[in-house]
Design a protein around this ligand. Sequence first.
Ligand code: KDG
Length: 335
Amino acid sequence: MKQVVTFGEIMMRLSPPLNYRLSQASSLEITYGGGDANVAAALAYLGVPAAHAGCFPDNAVGRAAAQQFQHHGVDMRHCVFQGQRLGLYFLEVGASLRASRIVYDRYDSAFANLQPEWFNWDEIFSNAQLFHWTGITPAISATAAQATQEAIAAARRLGLTVSADVNYRRNLWQYGQRAQDVMPDLVAGCDLVVCTEGDAEDLFGIKAEAGAENSFVSMSQQLIRRFPQIQQVIATRRETQSASHERIKGIAFSGGQYHETEFFDINPVVDRIGGGDSFISGFIYGQLTYPTLQEALTFATAASALKHTIHGDINLVTAAEVEHIVAGNTSGRLL
Ligand code: KDG
């Protein structure tokens, strides 16, 4: 099977133990994550060959971060080691009434300083079938945005499928270009997008039609009309029951049809970071494995639900574990 390739920043995540506040912590737990690379790692666990292209500082910290993903089965040989610092993020896990909090410390990271010419996309995609990126990557710097554009153009030229998680994070767009100016050209090159009604409105000015029975369908129809390359739009619907109890379902619009799954109940939630990455990786796996979109969507939603039970950013689950949930085994009994 050919590879799925992702491109983006990998950061070190630093969290106080348990539900400690940063101001109390005397130690911080290290894990690693990045919206795009999480997809590659989850796919590798599902048995799909995956590669990640990124940029790390040329020091022991950068190598440790890359090795973690290599250890998860991701082909990291297209990564570049240049620059001074690895992006960090601090996660203070909330509890009950207190929300979790994230503090980014990624300014001027090695990834932000990458040069587009360091990535030879023809070579990187030489054994690939799909390129996946997220809206985080072009938010990091002008050069990261340009490299994303070049990757999409090469992927299209070479006949790869292109998928994106639009994932608009307004607080990340600080280098001078507006997401509203950059993202349309990138999304225009995609076949599959994860996009919510909120992101479609904020980025593309697309509003669900007044009185539309289903706002997701209305948004998706307009998105596809505006960007005709897009074949499928997917998203999750989340219902928060309490700080540690959520329900999610998957929704999709494809071939003029709306699809949805049942709700999957997650109680308690262990770690919700990377839930979206698990959804798209599950959907990519599902499309490569099952004959129908409904089956792929159900697998993706179950995979995302399972991620909420795993500590860290990455969905370290096998296809058999996801299928076990899809088959209705949600009580946590042994496989
Ligand atoms: O989707 C999860 C990612 O967002 C997380 O692993 C790291 O915050 C992150 C980022 O910006 O990539």
